[in-house]
Design a protein around this ligand. Structure first.
Ligand code: ATP
Length: 539
């Protein structure tokens, strides 16, 4: 029976998913993370910035030949899903440097701070809020373990909700979390640094390096990088490297609305570099000092913001789920600390090898940003709503995702070590084919007899539509492994039969199954199987 291509892709996808679950069990947490970091370097995805100088610059990374392609494809998936698929969203590309008053209006000059604390013994610096959140997460873990144990003991009759509300130990843990959460929230709202330190002391949080509780006071630290505009320092103004791309959208709100004749509701999207002088720069590309954001501001009529907030939450989670990673890898996390102007805010968290962490933020920001810019610039940033026959400052729903974090989430999910039937191991990047850096590798079986020339013909056939590569060194088995390790979904092998009947074998990365097809069929087959369009249609 001939399978239609979408069914074929579903079957491949299901095979991949079942293998993934099995393999994921073998390698988790810290070990998996270390493997991913070294794999990313060894295979040309990510290098430490300027590494030849004393191990390079910390928390700054360069994307290598495969990393740049994967990153570009993730960006494209976002851009097409947000801009191309929505006739009321347009994209812009604003400059990194902005007028310094922008950052006064946005609140970044006064309030873009992180509370930091040092351990005197290890000399390590931490974010006080992160220490507290991690400590609460550990208590939560203890509760979950108690619940799991009890569920095993009581079997089918187990009532988890009842157990949580009556078991003395669980209730004690929960009370501790609730009490800390309430103190934490108030301390953050009031910028009360003494109280943050007191929570750290009361929770008996120790430095993971020195193991001691010898803490300094908590201090605020502004995360913006500054530099001078113009050549004569002193005479020139201090300007900042943008810490987020969003402000480039707000200041252009009217330009785009007027020139694009946009009607509310409408969105403006942008991808680009942002810079933050992060205190605790660790976890590889999860927290960088120079990174890339993909942000969209959606302008709505006041009073409709809740509806749009819910809609954007669903639209964004569906974008993530369409990648085919397990649903359990994502969760929503509502913010406990809301900015005074914010109506609602949540994160989409992803389960990285080091636990669930923020991947994307969705924020209902009221008319705060535009009003601030009105106030500081003295220019009106209003929209005339023809249906209401009135002008107003629109409300904003923002979706904001870090491209590098998305890259790390993708790598973490894709990286697998498989044990094959013959007992050997292979490392494979199980990337969704439309994100893979190289779509197909054309491999002449031997480096002679006219096979490399035939392979070159196939490269020429495919290269106008896809990034393809050709390799003739090493055994075919070694070449397959290398392509598996960079996530190439298809290897096309040219052998002596190819010279006779113009057929080649296509080997599929995840199943390792091979099929023999005519060269005339290749372009259609590769197009169908690596198509981003198919993913966009599922959104
Ligand atoms: P965090 O709490 O992790 O510092 P944030 O809440 O400050 O993140 P936002 O200001 O909401 O982050 O930025 C939006 C997105 O940009 C985040 O969800 C994240 O994916 C990404 N991002 C933020 N800071 C960094 C960074 N230092 N390195 C890489 N990505 C980042």
């Amino acid at each position: 029976m001939q399978m239609d291509s979408s069914l074929y892709n579903e079957v491949l996808y299901l095979c991949t998913m079942s293998q993934t679950t099995e393999k994921a069990k073998q390698l988790t947490g810290e070990d998996k993370f270390k493997n991913i970091v070294s794999h990313a370097k060894e295979y040309g995805f990510i290098f430490q910035s300027s590494e030849i100088y004393e191990n390079g610059l910390s928390a700054v990374y360069d994307y290598g030949q495969y990393g740049a392609e994967l990153k570009k494809n993730i960006r494209e998936y976002w851009w097409r899903a947000m801009v191309q698929m929505h006739d009321n969203i347009v994209g812009i590309d604003a400059a990194i440097f902005m007028h310094p008053t922008t950052w006064k209006a946005s609140g970044h000059v006064d309030a873009f701070n992180d509370p930091l604390i040092d351990n005197r013994d290890s000399k390590k610096r931490y974010r006080a809020d992160v220490l507290i959140e991690d400590a609460m997460a550990k208590i939560e873990e203890k509760i979950n373990k108690e619940v799991e144990k009890a569920a095993k003991r009581f079997g089918e009759t187990f009532d988890a909700a009842m157990f949580r509300s009556t078991n003395a130990r669980v209730v004690e843990y929960q009370n501790k979390i609730d009490a800390t959460l309430s103190r934490f929230k108030t301390a953050l709202e009031n910028n009360n640094m003494e109280e943050l330190k007191q929570i750290i002391i009361d929770m008996e949080i120790a430095c993971p390096i020195s193991g001691t509780r010898n803490w300094t006071d908590v201090r605020q630290f502004n995360l913006m990088f500054s530099t001078q505009l113009g050549s004569v320092a002193g005479e020139s103004d201090t300007i900042y490297l943008r810490p987020e791309t969003a402000q480039g959208i707000f200041v252009n709100f009217l330009n785009v609305q007027k020139t694009g004749r946009m009607k509310i509701p409408f969105g403006i999207a942008q991808t680009g570099k942002a810079f933050r002088n992060e205190i605790v720069a660790r976890q590889f590309i999860f927290r960088m000092r120079e990174f890339e954001q993909m942000e969209m501001q959606f302008f709505v009529r006041p009073g409709t913001e809740n509806e749009w907030y819910e809609k954007w939450k669903q639209t964004r989670i569906s974008w993530h789920r369409t990648l085919g990673f397990p649903e359990a890898k994502y969760r929503f996390h509502d913010h406990i600390k809301l900015a005074h102007y914010a109506k609602a805010a949540c994160d989409i968290e992803f389960e990285f090898p080091f636990g669930f962490k923020e991947l994307e933020g969705i924020h209902s920001r009221s008319d705060f940003d535009l009003k601030q810019h009105e106030q500081y610039s003295g220019k009106k940033l209003q929209y005339f709503d023809p249906e209401l026959n009135q002008s107003y400052v629109p409300y904003v729903i923002e979706t904001s995702i870090g491209l590098d974090r998305m890259f790390l989430a993708t790598m973490s999910q894709a990286y697998q070590i498989e044990t094959l039937e013959d007992g050997s191991e292979r490392v494979v990047l199980n990337l969704p084919p439309f994100l893979a850096p190289i779509k197909a590798a054309i491999l002449p079986l031997l480096n002679k007899d006219g096979l490399p020339e035939k392979a070159a013909e196939i490269v020429n056939l495919l290269k106008y539509d896809h990034i393809v590569t050709s390799e003739d060194k090493d055994t075919i088995g070694k070449r397959y492994r290398r392509q598996d390790a960079i996530g190439t979904p298809y290897c096309i092998t040219v052998d002596h039969q190819t010279l006779e009947d113009n057929t080649v074998t296509i080997r599929e990365r995840d199943t390792m199954k091979q099929e023999r097809v005519h060269i005339n069929e290749l372009a259609r087959i590769i197009d169908e199987r690596v198509s981003m369009t198919a993913a966009l249609k599922k959104l």
